[in-house]
Design a protein around this ligand. Structure first.
Ligand code: 5GP
Length: 197
């Protein structure tokens, strides 16, 4: 078991509706040492790639993506959630259904922050049905830039996003893959290859 899987077992809470709560260490209160370790692990896994931008979505992926961007020494760009319909031609737009909030968020990124020569590493905290990652991929595509990899801290392997993204041919790395979790008992089962070693 790797460091993130151990932390999930000790501090995460399994909720109804296939939701894992990690707000004591990852996406409300943030354990900065853990995030640093996560970033080092992503850097190790994608070190051979000449990444020029790290890209994520507002808001809970920002802490991890920031730390990853520092590892690579490149800028972090995050797609902003936008309430307004801004079609002024200066932004790329994607509509992304939110797994946790059951709404669709319009997200935007300024055209000047994603350019055709960029080699992009997409980072997020969770992968469930894959809508967030697919929305981010569509923004990179719209810019004519290239997705060189995707990294998520926690993949819920019993939901379809991971398979869908891998089947599209992308290099996706998940630090912890959960194959089953039971809200009644709190039991969490990891996929064997979810370890770092
Ligand atoms: P997807 O778009 O892959 O369906 O869902 C991914 C997004 O939903 C992530 O950006 C994450 O913020 C949120 N999310 C999905 N599942 C969970 C979960 O079990 N726990 C938490 N805390 N967030 C989740």
């Amino acid at each position: 078991m790797n460091f993130l899987e151990e932390r999930i077992l000790s501090d995460a809470v399994v909720k109804d509706g296939a939701v894992l709560k990690v707000d004591s260490f990852l996406n409300h209160q943030v354990d900065t040492d853990l995030v640093e370790q996560i970033a080092q692990e992503f850097h190790r896994r994608f070190a051979h790639k000449p990444i020029t931008k790290v890209f994520t979505i507002e808001s809970s992926g920002i802490a991890i993506a920031y730390a990853v961007a520092r590892q690579f020494g490149v800028p972090l760009v995050f797609a902003k959630k936008s309430g307004s319909v801004n079609l002024d031609g200066e932004t790329y737009i994607a509509d992304i259904p939110s797994f946790t909030h059951k709404v669709t968020n319009r997200v935007i990124v300024g055209k000047r922050f994603l350019q055709s020569e960029d080699r992009v590493l997409i980072i997020d905290d969770f992968l469930a049905n894959g809508y967030a990652l697919q929305g981010l991929i569509s923004l990179v595509d719209a810019a004519g830039a290239q997705v060189w990899g995707l990294g998520v801290a926690i993949e819920k392997g019993f939901q379809e996003g991971g398979d869908r993204i891998r089947n599209l041919g992308y290099h996706l790395e998940s630090l912890a893959i959960i194959d089953a979790m039971d809200p009644a008992t709190g039991t969490i089962t990891f996929r064997n290859n979810g370890g770092t070693k």
